[in-house]
Write a protein that binds this ligand. Structure first.
Ligand code: NAI
Ligand code: MG
Length: 499
């Protein structure tokens, strides 16, 4: 019997049996075309739910609602304290329904329920609370000015930070709820109105979040949620002349398309794109922690992390030991359905990702890489791929240059601690990096020279709502989280008064 058939959570079951609608202007409505699309259980490849397939007409309707809500001032001119309270309420409601959200997330994405319960949902709750606190702290400055061409005149000059306006947010499927929170939290704290477009692979948690948006008391049109395919809903949002800003997380390829689409009305753009992050282990590292963490740096979330430590560089003398240790960890990872409490790693999210990742493993071998462990499909159904370690690679191979977005790491030795900086930076990406050493000077030297938005020293995959995250180079524009994200959702107005 499939895991879904055994489910006894009534709330989750009801999410699976209904055909989902779009949230526009605080109403659940059918798509303009009346069309729907199928949502798959990646552990079996079978259909588990249906959602409304939005198109340009739905986008226009949602943008109109968001524009009306923004111009009405019901949200942007609400007191910051009241705005914060509604965001906090959303966090409380999410927390109250933690188990339901964790189960939905596990079913939809394939990730272990234990992970969704411990990480995805609590991090989303925390993000909303953190951003609720910011609502009352978005401040301008008073600026002493001199104005040489008006001698003797006196001025009071100050800046205010105002919301950007109507914001489109297009998110991926690897952390569906958390990506929704990363996007919605700061945009709403700053007083913007939003159209959120979840990934077509994983719409469930965003749809359920829509119910909580209504319950939390957001005014009409402040949060709109449009499900559908990228070309039908994402593309018209990115191009829409009445959208003031687009925030995107996903592939670098689509990120570049968003930039072009946004040029029509020069809307503001922030992008959180792919990565090919180096994880560097020196021979003076504490290998007891470095080895299991090097494994989880790549295998966490099945490697479907933009910051996955996918290029593992190990100092020559300890290379064999570290590779053997990471391979052993990989071999011990139990693959299975996300809902099974014994599962360490679930399936990849979709057939498309399954083909992409297994295609990369094949291409690595064709180009001469060797499989130290893994390398194959797991089981006969669903999109499971074995945790895989590739060795004997060279810097020109596709598996070393391109983002795989699956449980596949390339392990490479290096000789000289000085040579590792250019090697680590030999990529178009710059999202994250890991450094493992007990030499504090060396650790900070690397942190300063690696071109990446986040450097983890003697740890990996550490996230917090207060800590900015984002990319150098082709990994993106702007930051998520922390106080820095608010710059992306506000604009500065200078006011100058002659006194
Ligand atoms: P994608 O970039 O196509 O999808 C991400 C989001 O963009 C989805 O909501 C999708 O519907 C939307 N989208 C697709 N085409 C669009 C368009 N023309 N205009 C506007 N929105 C559009 O990513 P996909 O195809 O799911 O995955 C492909 C690769 O992208 C992965 O193998 C991985 O390398 C990378 N990726 C990176 C992520 C990250 O966290 N940075 C997340 C997901 C994927
Ligand atoms: Mg795509």
């Amino acid at each position: 019997m499939s895991a879904i058939a055994q489910l006894n959570d009534v709330a989750v079951k009801s999410m699976l049996t209904k055909t989902h609608k779009l949230l526009i202007n605080n109403q659940w409505v059918e798509s303009a075309s009346g069309e729907t699309f199928e949502v798959y259980d990646p552990s079996t490849g079978t259909v588990m739910a249906n959602a409304a397939a939005g198109n340009e007409q739905d986008v226009n309707k949602a943008v109109k609602a968001a524009r009306k809500a923004f111009e009405s001032g019901h949200w942007s001119e609400m007191t910051p304290s009241d705005r914060g309270k509604i965001l906090w309420k959303l966090a409380d409601l999410l927390e109250e329904n933690l188990e339901e959200f964790a189960t939905l997330e596990s079913l939809d994405n394939g990730k272990p329920l234990t992970i969704a319960r411990a990480a995805d949902v609590p991090l989303a709750v925390d993000l909303f609370r953190y951003m609720a606190g910011w609502a009352t702290k978005i401040e301008g400055k008073t600026i002493p000015i001199s104005v040489p061409y008006t001698p003797g005149a006196k001025y009071l000059a100050y800046t205010v930070r105002e919301p950007v306006g109507v914001v489109a947010q297009i998110i991926p499927w690897n952390f569906p709820l958390l990506m929704a929170a990363w996007k919605l939290g700061p945009a709403l704290a700053a007083g913007n109105t939003v159209i959120l477009k979840p990934a077509e692979q994983t719409p469930m948690s965003a749809l359920r979040l829509g119910d909580l948006v209504l319950e939390a008391g957001f005014p009409e049109g402040v949060v709109n949620i449009i499900t559908g395919f990228g070309e039908d809903t994402g593309a018209p949002l990115a191009a829409h002349p009445d959208v003031d800003k687009v925030a995107f997380t996903g592939s670098t390829e689509v990120g570049k398309m968003i930039v072009k689409a946004a040029a029509g009305n020069l809307k503001k753009v922030t992008l959180e794109l792919g990565g090919k992050s180096p994880n560097v282990v020196f021979k003076d590292a504490d290998l007891e922690t470095a080895i299991p963490n090097a494994a989880s740096a790549i295998f966490f979330n099945h490697g479907q992390c933009c910051c996955a430590g996918s290029r593992l560089y190990v100092e020559q003398e300890i290379f064999d030991k570290v590779v053997a240790g990471v391979a052993e960890h990989a071999g011990n990872i139990k693959l299975g359905c996300g809902l099974d409490p014994d599962t360490d790693m679930g399936p990849l999210v979709s057939e498309e990702q399954f083909s992409r990742v297994t295609g990369f493993i094949d291409s690595g071998q064709t180009e001469g890489a060797k499989v130290a462990t893994g390398g194959k499909r797991h089981g006969g159904e669903g999109y499971f791929v074995e945790p895989t370690v590739l060795v004997d690679t060279n810097p020109n191979m596709k598996v070393v240059r391109e983002e795989i977005f699956g449980p596949v790491v390339t392990a490479m030795p290096f000789k000289d601690p000085e040579e590792i900086i250019p090697i680590a930076n030999n990529t178009n990406y710059g999202l994250a990096a890991g450094v493992w050493t007990q030499d504090i000077g060396k650790a900070h030297r690397l942190a300063s020279h690696i071109k990446a938005g986040t450097v983890w020293i003697n740890c990996y995959n550490i996230f917090d709502a207060a800590l900015p995250f984002g990319g150098y180079k082709e990994s993106g524009w702007g930051r998520e989280m922390g106080g820095d994200i608010l710059e992306a959702y506000t604009q500065v107005k200078s006011v100058c008064v002659q006194v």
